[in-house]
Design a protein around this ligand. Structure first.
Ligand SMILES: Cc1cc2nc3c(=O)[nH]c(=O)nc-3n(C[C@H](O)[C@H](O)[C@H](O)COP(=O)(O)OP(=O)(O)OC[C@H]3O[C@@H](n4cnc5c(N)ncnc54)[C@H](O)[C@@H]3O)c2cc1C
Length: 500
C-alpha cells in the first residue's frame, strides 16, 4: 500500500555527519531548494557519527604516523599529511562560518582543543619520528610542533604513560597544541537542528528500500515508514546516499554503471574506556603510537582524552573486530548480500590479497580482555584491569575496488565519492579520515554533481571557506589569517575548559 508520494529537489539518505554537512552547504548555496532527509533510526548521528562510535580525532595528521611514510632514500613523504591537514582546515572554516552566522551555537559542545602527540619506542622509530618532525616543521600547517626524547620532559607531557616505565629502550614523542577532539555526534545533531529550523523535512524511522530512475530522468526513492509500515515514494532531481555502511547496498539498488566492481569489507571497532576518574584526570592529550607490523592503518593504537556528554573521558584503542554487518544496527547478511555478479571477482580477488588482514582480524576477535590490557600497558605500564571497560564502537566498511596500481580487489582505506555520469546521484563510501574531512568531501560531491552551478556558487563558498581552491601550505599568510579566525570562533585557543 502506498500512502504518500512527493516531489522534491534533493533527497539525502541517512542522518549522519555527511548528509548533515551536504544539507548545510546546500542550504547556504541554494536556499530555495526543497530538501528531504530519510533516516531509518529514531535520531540523527546514531551510527558511525555518534560520539561513542568513533575516536573523535580531528584528523589533521598532527599525530597519525600512518600519514607520513619513509621513502626508499630515507626521507619522509609528507604529501598525504599536508592533504589531510588542509582538508581539516576546510572543515574548521565552514564550522566557524556557521558559528559566526549564528546557524549553530556553542562550538564547545562539539570541538575542544587537545594536544596531539605521537609516541614511539626503539631506536629506528625514534629516528623516524625525528625525521618526520623535521620534515613537517618547515610547513606552516604544523607550526608549534615540538619533539623530545628527554625522559623528564616526556614525564611532564604524559605522566600517566611515562611514570613507572621500566623499559630501557629509547622513547620519543612529538607534541602540538593545535589538535582537537571533535564530538561528531553533537555536531551532527546541531546541524540537523539547524536544517530542521530551515524547512528541511527530516523523516526519522524511515528506511530507504529502493532507488529507481524514472522515465523523466528523476530518481524515485521507495521508503518504508517503520512506525506505520506503509510504503512511500518520493522523487527528486538529486539523491545523496549518505547511508554510511549502508551506502553500498543503496548504490547497488540505483543500478548506475559506476556501482560495478566495488565491494565493501566491514571492520568493527572496540575501545577500552577508563572508569577511574583519578587516571582520567592525569592525562590530557591524544597520543598516537605506531601500528603493529601487518596491522591495517585504522588499528593504530591511541590513548585519547575525549570530551563526551560534558565529561572528560579517557579511551584506548581501537581494537579491530569482525562481524558481517555493514552498520552497527545492520544485518548478519550484509556482507553476503553485497556480493553481486558484477563485483564477485573484485571481492574474491580482495579475499586472496588480504590473507594477512584476515589473520589479523581473527587474532583480534579472539583476544581476551587481559590480552587487550597488555596492549594498553604498552602505553600505561601500571594500568589495572578493573579500571577499564570495553565499549563497542562503529562499523567501518572499507571500500574494495579494482585500481590501476593495485589491480583487482584492492582494499582502500580512504573515502570515495561514487556518482552517476550526469551527477544526479552520488554515494559516499569508505571511512577514513572520515568525519574530519566531511566538508572537503561534500564540496567534492557538489563539484561532481553540480558543475553547472559552481561558478555562481563560488563567491558564497569563498565567503564560507576562504581557502577554497587554494593551498594553505603555499599561502602561509592566508593560513595565518584563517587559523587565527577559526581558533577564535571555535574557542580553540587552549585555555582550560570547564570540563571535569
Ligand atoms: C571505530 C571508528 C573510529 C573512527 N574514528 C574517527 C576519528 O577519530 N575521526 C574521524 O574524523 N572519523 C572517524 N571515523 C569515521 C567517521 O565516524 C565516519 O567517517 C563518519 O561518521 C561517517 O559519517 P556518515 O554520515 O557517512 O555515516 P553514518 O554516521 O554511519 O550515518 C549513516 C546513516 O545512514 C542511515 N542509513 C543507512 N542505511 C539507510 C537506509 N537504507 N535508509 C535510511 N537510513 C539509512 C544510518 O542509520 C545512519 O544514521 C571512525 C569510524 C569508526 C567506525
Amino acid at each position: 500500500m502506498i500512502n504518500r508520494e512527493s516531489k522534491t529537489d534533493v533527497i539525502l539518505i541517512g542522518a549522519g555527519v555527511m548528509s548533515a554537512t551536504l544539507g548545510s552547504l546546500l542550504k547556504e548555496l541554494a536556499p530555495e531548494w526543497d530538501i528531504k532527509v530519510f533516516e531509518k533510526l529514531a535520531n540523527p548521528g546514531e551510527e558511525s557519527s555518534n560520539e561513542w562510535n568513533n575516536a573523535g580525532t580531528g584528523h589533521s595528521a598532527l599525530c597519525e604516523l600512518n600519514y607520513t611514510s619513509e621513502k626508499p632514500d630515507g626521507s619522509i613523504d609528507i604529501s598525504k599529511a599536508i592533504n589531510v591537514n588542509e582538508q581539516f582546515q576546510v572543515s574548521k572554516q565552514f564550522w566557524s562560518y556557521l558559528v559566526n552566522s549564528n546557524l549553530i551555537r556553542n562550538p564547545r559542545d562539539f570541538i575542544m582543543p587537545i594536544p596531539h602527540m605521537s609516541l614511539v619506542q626503539g631506536e629506528a622509530n625514534v629516528t623516524f619520528l625525528k625525521k618526520r618532525f623535521e620534515a613537517l616543521s618547515n610547513n606552516p600547517l604544523f607550526q608549534g610542533m615540538e619533539f623530545s626524547d628527554d625522559i623528564e620532559k616526556l614525564k611532564k607531557w604524559i605522566p600517566v604513560i611515562m611514570e613507572e616505565r621500566k623499559s630501557n629502550e629509547p622513547v620519543a614523542a612529538t607534541k602540538i597544541d593545535s589538535g582537537t577532539d571533535v564530538n561528531f555526534g553533537a555536531l551532527t545533531r546541531m546541524l540537523f537542528d539547524h536544517l530542521k529550523s530551515n524547512d528541511v523535512e527530516i523523516n526519522y524511522k524511515h528506511s530507504v528500500k529502493d532507488i529507481n530512475r524514472t522515465s523523466d530522468g528523476l530518481w524515485e526513492v521507495k521508503v518504508r515508514n517503520l512506525d506505520s509500515g506503509s510504503v512511500e515514494r518520493h522523487t527528486a532531481k538529486f539523491v545523496f546516499i549518505g547511508g554510511g555502511g549502508g551506502s553500498i547496498h543503496l548504490l547497488q539498488k540505483s543500478g548506475i554503471p559506476e556501482r560495478k566492481h566495488i565491494g565493501g569489507f566491514p571492520v568493527s571497532g572496540l575501545f577500552m574506556v577508563c572508569n577511574n576518574p583519578e587516571v582520567v584526570a592525569q592525562h590530557h592529550a591524544k597520543v598516537y603510537g605506531k601500528a603493529k607490523v601487518g596491522a591495517p592503518p585504522m588499528s593504530v593504537p591511541h590513548l585519547d582524552t575525549r570530551y563526551i556528554g560534558n565529561k572528560k573521558s579517557l579511551l584506548f584503542g581501537p581494537f579491530a573486530g569482525f562481524t558481517p554487518k555493514f552498520l552497527k544496527t545492520g544485518s548478519m547478511f550484509d556482507l553476503l548480500t553485497s556480493v553481486k555478479p558484477y563485483n564477485v571477482i573484485t571481492m574474491l580477488a580482495a579475499g586472496v590479497k588480504n590473507v594477512s588482514l584476515t589473520k589479523y582480524l581473527i587474532q583480534q576477535v579472539i583476544s581476551s580482555k587481559e590480552q587487550r590490557m597488555e596492549e594498553l600497558r604498552e602505553f600505561i605500564p601500571n594500568a589495572k584491569s578493573e579500571d577499564w571497560d570495553l565499549v563497542v564502537a562503529g562499523q567501518r566498511v572499507q571500500v574494495i575496488k579494482d585500481t590501476e596500481s593495485g589491480g583487482k580487489g584492492t582494499l582502500q582505506f580512504g573515502t570515495e565519492v561514487v556518482s552517476a555520469e550526469d551527477g544526479s546521484i552520488a554515494a559516499l563510501l569508505g571511512a577514513s579520515p572520515g568525519a574530519s574531512t566531511a566538508v572537503h568531501v561534500m564540496l567534492e560531491v557538489l563539484d561532481k554533481c553540480f558543475p553547472q552551478h559552481m561558478k555562481e556558487w563560488e563567491p558564497k563558498i569563498k565567503e564560507m571557506i576562504p581557502s577554497y581552491g587554494l593551498s594553505l601550505t603555499e599561502n602561509p599568510e592566508l593560513f595565518e589569517e584563517t587559523h587565527t579566525l577559526t581558533t577564535q570562533t571555535l574557542g580553540l585557543s587552549g585555555e582550560k575548559s570547564n570540563y571535569r
